[in-house]
Design a protein around this ligand. Structure first.
Ligand code: ATP
Ligand code: MG
Length: 774
């Protein structure tokens, strides 16, 4: 069809059209949030398929989450019919690599039933190694080792590579090398990959086995990557490998793909879309340079810029532009929209995080009554710990909500146990899974027996599972030996069925023979009832999996579970408010968005302060949050926040000052009336105990720059060294008069429990409560 009435181009602006239609071998689309990058990518795929330029199987589209992959598949299906899109790979980097590795792992010493270790599994393994080597005596913690291993793998540096770059005179580095070596060896022995390996090992596979790489270079003729700004070096290298020309010797005689003059096959086309202002994964090795250097790496690449935003109101965009404008070292771009100014941003400062949560809950009810469905409302926060207060209030307010990420179903102990059984059945080499279930449920196999089994495995030159079957040779007591052999029998019997049995049947057989659920049900611990239900929920999950994948086998199920990413357990059709971290929010959009905890030490996060580029990355994270909102944006903070029972004074985030005052409509919180007596000095200390600065870096003390700062300095008070004791009478600005019953804590953290005459019993942080002694 002619470009003008082509339905695939309907409604697109000229730059978007150009991006959909471009014939460039390498195309880079850089544009701000909500400008249609993902939409354009989707239509580009649809056009390639509709015009029969490629088969679905020749396209590889990479998204950041499985959820985004599902949405893209759905959209392509809507545009050109679901049949037409069958067989296309739309997936995350990790899923694509798992698919490749399942097919090719036997090339380099793994089996196709390999296990995928999540970060908890990796840590458990590293913890054991650190302990064995007493690495902690050199100051090498499990987190430090895990973080460093991950960073190195994302840079494609393995233990051997590291051994060439370390400082041999630094004992910690030498020790780390040993940890890294053992960790890699244990993974290989367990027939397992960790998350970072999925990418790194695929790159290794392609580099070590050019004929394997050629299979995929031939197969994928067009590769498209969304959220390209968040690719790390390993992911970039993978794209690089996949977009190499195929040498003539790797082209089969009967190829249906056009060859060039030399008899080789030209490199696959590549389209990437991204926004360097939304790069929020540098801590995981994401590299903005991948965008900046795209043109150098792919000479002749076409670059298209999109500038019109179709998502948000002008007010929201103005705030976003103002905030991100404070980052240096970026290509200036200004988003505009034709939607109009829309509502002002709503700001709220609560007295505590409960206040803040109450505001969020009340506001959600209000918006909902105005006709916004719950699933069009989202609440974001910087850290998972912030959900507790929100959840408490949401439950009390009977608000339907769902937390994405956080303590997920698959992180629960009982689910990990059941999954460990399935993993041990599918991958007999996996010692980590086996160790987890050795004495779960309790069968009298203690740590000494576990060690004996591990040693026996070494002597046999086999796996721990082999040692289990050979337990009689260990000379242990008859009861223990019987218990081990029983477990061995259960696992072996299950392993024998996995190619033929249905996944739910494998699981129920194990649960019955181990009496796992039965024992939980019989327990007197009330929690165990809930645990039993969770395990039954897992059985339901396997049934659903099998319904959706009639041919699916146990490894397929394990793959699916291992790849369920943070944003993936959400079901948009359900009428619930979504709660998630700012990181999880990337790429999503909602009518109404609440960003909570807009405070120093949370946003920017205190950990970012010490990282080079940390505060700039945190600002991008805030920018990502703001630009998720279509119509309504709410920014909230609390004056005090307690974590793990410790109450701290919080200060407004420096980023709030970057938003022009007139864009925000600040609402009053209870307890905010007392202004005249309050000090305009900064308050309290940071969580690490250091003196904290005032409201933003550039704000001179006592000279508030904006209306907003005026407001906050007026409402945050400092009672200085006011000391209270049981029996004292006080007056609170909201709660009226009352009598102190107890005082706990010392210094700035002193808390008074007060019995108010009409407001009941309250706990107050003395330093900042709006109170006076009477
Ligand atoms: P992000 O950077 O947040 O990932 P994006 O650039 O990928 O954003 P999209 O999600 O593709 O942006 O688009 C944002 C919104 O604008 C979507 O709801 C999309 O349907 C809509 N949109 C995109 N282009 C147009 C257009 N030409 N006309 C109308 N709506 C559009
Ligand atoms: Mg997008």
């Amino acid at each position: 069809p002619a470009a003008t009435d082509d339905p695939l181009l309907a409604g697109l602006n000229p730059q978007q059209r150009a991006a959909v239609l471009s014939r460039a071998d390498a195309l880079l689309i850089v544009a701000g949030a909500g400008s249609g990058k993902t939409s354009v990518l989707t239509r580009r795929i649809a056009r390639l398929l509709r015009d029969r330029e490629l088969w679905p199987s020749q396209i590889l589209a990479i998204t950041f989450t499985n959820k985004a992959a599902g949405e893209m598949r759905e959209r392509v299906g809507q545009l050109i019919g679901h049949e037409a899109a069958n067989g296309m790979w739309i997936s995350t980097f990790h899923s694509a690599c798992v698919r490749i590795l399942r097919r090719e792992a036997q090339q380099f010493g793994f089996t196709q039933a390999f296990t995928i270790y999540d970060s908890a599994d990796s840590r458990a393994l590293i913890k054991r190694i650190v302990k064995d080597l007493q690495a902690d005596t050199l100051g090498l913690t499990v987190s430090a080792a895990a973080g460093k291993i991950s960073r190195l793998k994302n840079e494609l540096i393995d233990a051997e590579g590291y051994s060439r770059q370390l400082n041999p005179n630094d004992p910690t580095e030498v020790m780390f090398l040993e940890v890294f070596r053992r960790y890699s060896a244990e993974l290989a022995r367990a027939n397992a990959f960790d998350f970072d390996d999925l990418i790194a090992q695929t790159v290794y596979l392609f580099r070590a086995f050019p004929q394997v790489a050629a299979l995929y270079q031939r197969r994928f003729r067009h590769i498209l990557v969304d959220e390209y700004q968040d690719t790390n070096h390993a992911q970039y290298a993978l794209i690089r490998e996949l977009t190499r020309a195929v040498e003539p010797q790797h082209v089969p005689a009967d190829t249906r793909i056009e060859t060039d003059a030399t008899g080789g096959i030209p490199a696959a086309a590549l389209t990437v879309v991204g926004d360097s202002d939304q790069s929020i994964y540098a801590f995981r090795g994401a590299d903005i340079r991948n965008i900046v250097e795209f043109e150098r790496d792919f000479p002749g690449a076409e670059v298209i810029l999109l500038e019109q935003n179709y998502r948000s109101t002008q007010t929201i965009l103005d705030a976003a532009n103002a905030v991100i404008g404070n980052n240096f070292d970026r290509i200036a771009k200004n988003l505009f929209t034709e939607v109009g100014a829309g509502d002002r941003i709503v700001g709220f400062t609560g007295y505590s995080q409960h206040d803040e949560a109450q505001f969020v809950a009340d506001e959600i009810q209000k918006i909902h009554e105005q006709g916004v469905p719950y699933n069009q409302i989202a609440v974001f926060y910087r850290t998972n710990a912030q959900t507790r207060a929100l959840e408490e209030i949401f439950i009390r307010s009977a608000l339907p909500y769902r937390v994405l990420g956080g303590t997920k179903f698959y992180e629960r102990a009982e689910i990990k146990d059941a999954m460990a059984y399935l993993i041990a059945v599918a991958n007999p080499a996996d010692a980590l899974a086996l160790r987890r279930i050795l004495n779960t449920p309790k069968r009298g196999i203690g740590p000494a027996t576990e060690t004996a089994l591990a040693l026996h495995a070494d002597q046999l030159g086999g796996t721990m599972r082999d040692a289990l079957g050979d337990a009689a040779a260990l000379g242990l007591g008859p009861k223990v030996t019987a218990a081990i052999l029983d477990l061995s029998g259960i696992l072996d019997d299950a392993t024998a069925t996995i190619d033929t049995a249905l996944v739910p049947d494998v699981l129920t057989a194990i649960l019955e023979r181990t009496k796992y659920v039965e024992l939980l049900r019989a327990s007197r611990d009330p929690q165990d009832e809930a645990r039993a239900e969770n395990v039954e929920e897992l059985v339901a999950v396997t049934r659903e999996f099998q319904r959706n994948n009639p041919e699916g086998r146990l490894v397929d199920f394990l793959t699916e579970v291992a790849l369920v990413a943070a944003a993936d357990d959400l079901d948009d059709s359900s009428g619930t408010v979504s709660l998630m971290t700012l990181h999880t929010a990337k790429g999503l959009e909602y009518d109404a968005v609440f960003i909570t905890g807009v405070e120093e030490n949370l946003l920017p996060h205190q950990m970012s302060a010490s990282e080079p580029g940390g505060p700039a990355e945190e600002r991008r994270l805030f920018y990502v949050g703001i630009t998720r909102a279509r119509k309504k944006l709410h920014l909230s903070l609390a004056m005090t926040r307690s974590t793990f029972g410790d109450t701290q004074v919080a200060a407004p985030s420096r980023y709030l000052q970057e938003i022009p005052t007139e864009l925000i409509d600040w609402r009053d919180a209870p307890g905010m009336g007392m202004r005249s007596t309050s000090s305009q000095r900064s308050l309290g200390t940071t969580r690490s105990g250091r003196e904290q600065f005032s409201y933003g870096t550039s704000l001179p003390l006592g000279k508030p720059k904006t209306e907003w700062a005026n407001r906050v300095t007026a409402t945050v008070r400092d009672n200085g060294d006011l000391t209270l004791a049981a029996g004292d009478r006080i007056r609170h600005v909201d709660f009226g008069e009352g009598r102190v019953t107890t005082v706990t804590g010392t210094g700035p953290k002193s808390i008074a429990e007060v019995q108010f005459e009409s407001a009941g019993r309250k706990r107050l942080l003395i330093k900042i409560a709006p109170i006076e002694k009477i």
